[in-house]
Design a protein around this ligand. Sequence first.
Ligand SMILES: C[S@@+](CC[C@H](N)C(=O)[O-])C[C@H]1O[C@@H](n2cnc3c(N)ncnc32)[C@H](O)[C@@H]1O
Length: 232
Amino acid sequence: MLPRVLEPEAMDTPDEARDYDAMNHTAVNARFVADFLAAHGPCRGGTIFDVGTGPGRIPIELCRADPVAVVLGVDLAPNMLDLARRNVTQAGFDARIDLDLVDAKALPYDDGGFEAVLSNTIVHHIPEPAAALTEMARLVAPGGTLMVRDLVRPGSDEELMSLVEMHTVGEPESARALFTASLHAALTVREMQTMVSALGLVPDDVTMTSDRHWTWIWKRPHDGSSNFRVCP
Ligand SMILES: C[S@@+](CC[C@H](N)C(=O)[O-])C[C@H]1O[C@@H](n2cnc3c(N)ncnc32)[C@H](O)[C@@H]1O
């Protein structure tokens, strides 16, 4: 098995933010939003929380797909957030998407404060992701949905290079380098299942959902806990 090789946690140089946003994530983002709405159902008027929002493309896609969606996106990188603000304004969603500089490992919000919590491809950036995963799960309201997705670390260099060849056609060298580094930094499905199990949740809720992604979908039951605001 390939060893995990970490990337820097925040993507915070202006070049890094611009190069990431220049990559074509259209199909991946559309699938993320479609899978979320299939799991959650239509948005119900509570806030949807996007952790590690990057250039804000997933909140924008969600607002286009669901007229009721209202989103808070957070990121650790000020330059990425500047780009997200520009993208949100350009898309015309200033009234429905808020953005803030917040660390996923210590989220300053109440238990169960969000109708749903989303996160796409940030887990591989975090050296010890358990704290961030615990925080994300804590914030889901009863009846709400958690959906976390990220890349899978391949089993060999050959497998890794074949994914890079397949998924960076027409992209510049910077995109190939970014995707290669991200695959090296990713968790395996088994590593992710072990973390979910350590949270006392069901490891089999983490499944392989493409040739290069795992997805963890969890619905917080309506458990009557007074600490949690019930999902609308
Ligand atoms: C690969 S990008 C993904 C962006 C976005 N989710 C998407 O799918 O387009 C990863 C993002 O996670 C952010 N990030 C990394 N560690 C973080 C943390 N601890 N808290 C918040 N954001 C973080 C990075 O700054 C970067 O913007």
